[in-house]
Each structure stands twice: as C-alpha cells, then as structure tokens.
Design a protein around this ligand. Structure first.
Ligand SMILES: [Mg+2]
Length: 495
C-alpha cells in the first residue's frame, strides 16, 4: 500500500527570513533556483503522491498565482484566513475535508527535501515519521522511541542522549490515525488553544496510545528546514549540483570576492592553497583600472597570496590591445597615475595634445579639471572608451562611485556614450584563456559583470554574497538564470 494524499502547511509569515519574505510567502522563497514549494511538489510527484492540498495564509494569493503559472503541478490551495492569530495545528485541521478517511502525508511548507524522502514516506500506509537518525540540534523537534521501536515523544526539549534524531516534520498517518489526529486538533482548538503546533496534538495522541508511528530513517537523504538566511545558503549548497572537483580552471574576481577594503575575505588564502595543491589554474580577474598588474601582484603578496603577473587579468589589457589594433598610441587618459603607467607599458601614452581617443578608467584621483578636459575632447568629436562598466565599488560601508558613475557624468554632460566598454562582462576579457568551458568556473560577487561574463563565455558561475549581491537580489532570478552555486564567502568552497 502506498500513500497518495498529502497536506502542506504553508500559512506562516516566515519572519526570521527578514526581507526575503516581506513580499513573498515563505514557501515561494527559492532554494537553488526553485521555490521551496516546487521542490516539495516535484518530490511528491516523483513518489506518485498526486492529491496534494496546500494550506496558505500569509500572501496566499501569491501561492494561487504561482500554481496558475505552473499548471504542471496539480495541487489544491486552501487559505487559513486566521493565519496571524493561529499556528500550524489550526492549519492542519483545515485539511480534514480533503484528507480525512485517507492515509496521508503531512509536512510543513518550509522543509526542502528530495524525491528520496518523498518515496520513503509514500511507500506505506501506516503511521511513520521521517527522522534524521543520529542528528541533533537545539532548534529542531527530536523524537524518542520505546522498546518496541514506536515513537513516543516529539519535543524540542529532548536531550541529545535520549533523542533518536531530528524530526523532519514529515509525517505519515494511517487512515484511522489521521482521524484521531484531527479529532485531537479539534479538541485542543475547542479548548481555546488556537495558537498551537501540530506536535502538541501528536504528542497527545502518542500519550493516549492512539498513534504509534515508526521512524523512517532519513539520515542518508537530502533535506533542510528553512528558518533563517543561513539555512537558505546551506540548502542552496545541498540542492545545487556543484562539485569543486569538476573544475580545473578558476577565474576569481578581486573586489568583493577575494578582498574588501584592502583585506582578504574569509577563505581567500586557504582556497588559493587548496587550488594550487590540486594543480588547478587560477586567474584573478578585475575590472578595477585604478591599478596595474604589478600593483595587484604586490598587494596580494602583502596579504599572503602569491600570484604571477600572467595570472592577473585586468580590463585595461583588453582595452590597450584594442587601441593598438587600431594604430592608436596617444590618448587622453581620464584615470589614475597607476593606470597611465600601466597603459604606457602596454604602448599607450597619455597626451593632452590632440588625443586620438579619450580613455576612461576607475579614477580614484579624479579632479574637476580632468572631467572638464575629457568633456572638451569629447565635444570636439574625439571617441571615448571605458575600461569597464561597473557603476559602484563595494566597500564594508556600502557602495562608492566606480567608473560607471564617471561615464554617466560624461554622458549627461556631452550627450555621448562610450563607443566601447571593456572588462567584464565583455567575453573578450577571458575568452582566450578558457581551455575547456565545461571545466572552467567564474567566481564573483556581481551579477551584471561577473555572472554576465561567465554566461557570455559559457562557463559556470559561483556567486559569493561577500560583496555587492545580496540573497534578496538572487531571489528575483529565474531557475535558468540562477548561479551554479550561491555562497556566503569563498570559505564555503574549502574542502
Ligand atoms: Mg567584485
């Protein structure tokens, strides 16, 4: 006998996820590109559980919209209008008209699980609870069993030496047991206790010998309960198919990925040692045209990372090659002294006398005079190019102007846009360095430069949240645009 009915309790606000649930119900927050609800419905479909009832509450109409937009998932939606003043026991009772008289599966709407667990819980029709045997944490519901192997307690308070493991809050009820459970929910609510957890009704059924579930050992299965943003990041990792040993060429962004405000970010040095010891090739890729390759090599060496000059890829390099290809060697450089020196080594000299181009960089030594001079040449019809497109530069105290802010100023003043913008995401930045796109990966903190570059080059992309991009930004991406992996910092890539 198998169980083909299921109820999902997804009425709560999920306030511990902060901004992520300010305009989205928790069950539609994404893990590895897909809403939690989609993971659950796919897992159930793979286990032939085909009669699913969802109890929505907070932003229930968003769930209705999502179901309409995804008709491949057939599920019934019922709304708990009192979600603000009740808890999931009240929601569970709303399932009775649909699940009563059947054996059924019950789960919370904030647990991501794979098809393996769904198949385990669906293959049978007697009382059972999925348990991560041997695992423990303070936050979770833990279960204990009696000598006969039946679960007799479910509680957060159970000490580690007594707990069999953590409950996934994924239950199977036999037909009669389901009715006992609903009766118990009804009785407790009739007593005026509307704001209780399902576990209270369950424990009461255990105490009265009405339900005797057996544990389903789920320790080898993938599951994550989502309460906080850390849980989400952990779940992203568990449910993405990223394996660092699949790659041997690593293109790593600098600002916001390796360093921030001149300091190494967590895991940066250790990741370099790890990749070097495995014989992988590493390139440090930066759009920051305020410095030259040698400056970066020296700065990184002072921070404890040894990088060769040929392992540093700067946006200025492609720009210089472009100008040389057009026979241009004399330009007006709106950039730092270091950029002027770097370009000079690449055979492009700064001049204030009839330059062939205006070249704009990330000028941390910007003056009004430089801006005025550049505008005057542009007003005279001299074409201008920019070393990269970044609008802002990430710092620990928020964004500060980068080159994009400077070119915006030039454009507003002259009405002329740069004729070409180099650096990330322009595929020419890396294209010539990639040996095998299937074994190369870009790691960066920006979607519109780092990810766009990876996409243009046809390589995988790991997004670190240590710089500009937030988990909230990622949330708006479709599954096709989702990064191969999302990590809090490079530390997550260490073995
Ligand atoms: Mg960056």
């Amino acid at each position: 006998m198998t169980t083909t009915h299921a109820g999902i309790l997804a009425a709560g606000v999920g306030s511990r996820l902060g901004n992520l649930t300010s305009d989205t119900p928790k069950c539609l927050v994404k893990v590895a590109g897909k809403p939690i609800l989609q993971h659950q419905l796919e897992a159930f479909a793979n286990a032939d559980v085909d009669d699913v009832t969802i109890i929505g509450g907070y932003r229930s109409s968003d769930i209705a919209d999502w179901l309409s937009a995804n008709p491949q998932f057939r599920a019934r939606l019922v709304t708990n209008e009192d979600y603000e003043f009740t808890n999931n026991m009240y929601s569970a009772l709303l399932l009775r008209p649909y699940l009563g008289g059947h054996s059924f599966i019950l789960c919370n709407g904030d647990v991501v699980f794979g098809s393996g667990i769904a198949q385990l819980i669906a293959s049978g029709s007697k009382d059972a609870i999925a348990v991560d045997v041997g695992s423990f944490d303070e936050e979770s519901m833990k279960v204990t069993t009696d000598d006969a192997g039946h679960i007799v307690t479910i509680s957060k308070e159970t000490p580690p030496d007594q707990a069999l493991g953590r409950s996934l809050d994924l239950y199977r009820f036999g037909r009669d047991s389901g009715d006992h459970f609903f009766d118990e929910c009804e009785r407790i609510i009739a007593d005026g206790l509307r704001n209780q957890w399902t576990e209270v009704a369950l424990q009461s059924c255990f105490d009265r010998g009405l339900i005797k579930p057996r544990p389903i050992d789920s320790r080898d299965e993938q599951w994550v309960e989502i309460d906080t943003e850390d849980d989400l990041l952990h779940a992203d990792r568990v449910f993405s198919r990223f394996d660092i040993s699949d790659y041997d060429q690593f293109f790593i962004d600098l600002d916001g990925t390796l360093t921030l405000d001149g300091h190494l970010l967590p895991g940066a040095a250790a990741l370099f040692s790890q990749l070097r010891s495995e014989g992988s090739s590493i390139f440090v890729v930066s759009n920051n045209s305020s410095r030259g390759s040698a400056d970066y090599r020296d700065r990184l060496a002072r921070l404890g990372i040894e990088v060769g000059l040929d392992e540093i890829v700067l946006s200025t390099d492609g720009l210089a090659a472009y100008l040389r290809g057009r026979g241009v060697h004399e330009v007006y450089v709106l950039g730092t002294e270091a950029m002027r020196r770097h370009l000079e080594r690449l055979d492009i000299r700064h001049t204030t006398d009839h330059p062939a181009y205006v070249v704009v960089g990330y000028d941390t030594e910007l003056t009004y005079q430089k801006l005025a001079d550049a505008c005057i040449w542009i007003n005279h019809g001299v074409p201008y190019v920019a070393s990269h497109p970044d609008l802002t530069c990430p710092t620990g105290r928020g964004p500060i102007p980068d080159i994009g802010s400077i070119t915006a100023l030039l454009e507003i003043t002259t009405g002329v846009a740069p004729s070409k913008v180099f650096g990330k995401p322009n595929a020419s930045t890396l294209g010539h360095l990639i040996e095998d796109p299937s074994r190369a990966v870009m790691i960066g903190d920006r979607l519109y430069t780092d990810k766009a570059l990876a996409d243009d080059c046809g390589i995988d992309f790991v997004c670190t949240l240590s710089g500009e991009t937030t988990r909230n930004d990622i949330e708006s991406l479709s599954v096709d645009d989702w990064p191969t992996l999302v990590i809090p910092s490079l530390e997550s890539l260490l073995r």
